[in-house]
Write a protein that binds this ligand. Structure first.
Ligand code: NAP
Length: 243
């Protein structure tokens, strides 16, 4: 049974990835930071159905906590076969209002966490000569989002990291790919009014907002054995918003 670690899996896209991967027979490690109750509820939901899941707490923006999380993981299993770097935060602010703290937090949670988790996960993957790394960026990382410059910069950084790491790990049997979601209905959209959401829906060529399931299905595709010739790619799951 392959082990998949999903960062930020207590809610939203990460939680749906956990459900889908568990249903497909993977052992799912549900990372969370603040939402302990939600993470434990999800874990119970899966194990009550006879599926394989455990919860693991860590603030992935902190390299010491990431190291400790992997040490705890290694007590239970040889290592992570599939890493989904999903944890993220969003903030809408005029560029000129972004503080040093806002910037540092955004980069730490959304980009440095990917570096820390890849570094730890790769130790086992390189030995095993097999691995899948799936990074969750954003369409704003591809084209830039107004009033989300720090978010866009972090998400663009994930795309650069994905492409470069894919080149470095190609001969080790490890693929590194990236999903760039469009507007997906999760808590992350709670700052938008109903009118804003309707405007975004109208701007999306397929005429609807995305769901966490849409992203989970793309992640499952990249994780598959059959996707071994696909690496360094960015797939937009955005209803045609960015082409
Ligand atoms: P969400 O519902 O707000 O969930 C965010 C998740 O990230 C939560 O599980 C949260 O865990 C976790 N997280 C945040 N900071 C963390 C930290 N320091 N350490 C560990 N976990 C942390 O957001 P979502 O919409 O599912 O977003 C998931 C990913 O998709 C993010 O990277 C986001 O940028 C990206 N994305 C989303 C959209 C969208 O429209 N929703 C579009 C493009 C890209 P706790 O609650 O336990 O702290």
């Amino acid at each position: 049974m392959k082990n998949v670690l999903i960062t930020g899996a207590s809610r939203g896209i990460g939680a749906e990835c956990a459900r889908l991967f568990a249903e497909k027979g993977y052992n799912v490690l549900i990372n969370y930071n603040r939402s302990e109750e939600a993470a434990e509820g999800l874990c119970r939901e899966l194990t009550d159905r006879g599926l394989s899941a455990v919860c693991i707490k860590a603030d992935v923006s902190d390299p010491a906590q990431v190291r400790d999380m992997f040490a705890r993981i290694n007590e239970h299993c040889p290592g992570i076969d599939i890493l989904i770097n999903n944890a993220g935060i969003a903030q809408t602010k005029l560029f000129t209002d972004i503080t040093d703290q806002d910037w540092d937090r955004m980069i730490a949670v959304n980009l440095s966490s990917v570096f820390y988790c890849c570094r730890e996960a790769l130790r086992h993957m390189i030995n095993a000569k097999w691995g899948r790394i799936i990074n969750i960026s954003s369409m704003w990382g591809q084209v830039g989002g107004s009033c989300e410059v720090h978010y866009s910069a972090a998400k663009a950084g994930i795309i650069g990291l994905t492409k470069a790491l894919a080149m470095e790990e190609g001969l080790s049997g490890i693929t590194v790919n990236c999903i760039a979601p469009g507007v997906i209905k999760t808590d992350m959209l709670s700052c938008y009014s109903e009118d804003d959401l309707n405007a975004l829906r109208e701007e999306t060529p397929v005429g609807k907002l995305g769901t966490p399931e849409d992203i989970a299905k793309a992640a499952l595709f990249f994780a598959d054995e059959g996707a071994s010739f696909i690496t360094g790619q960015v797939i937009g799951v955005n209803g045609g918003f960015v082409v």
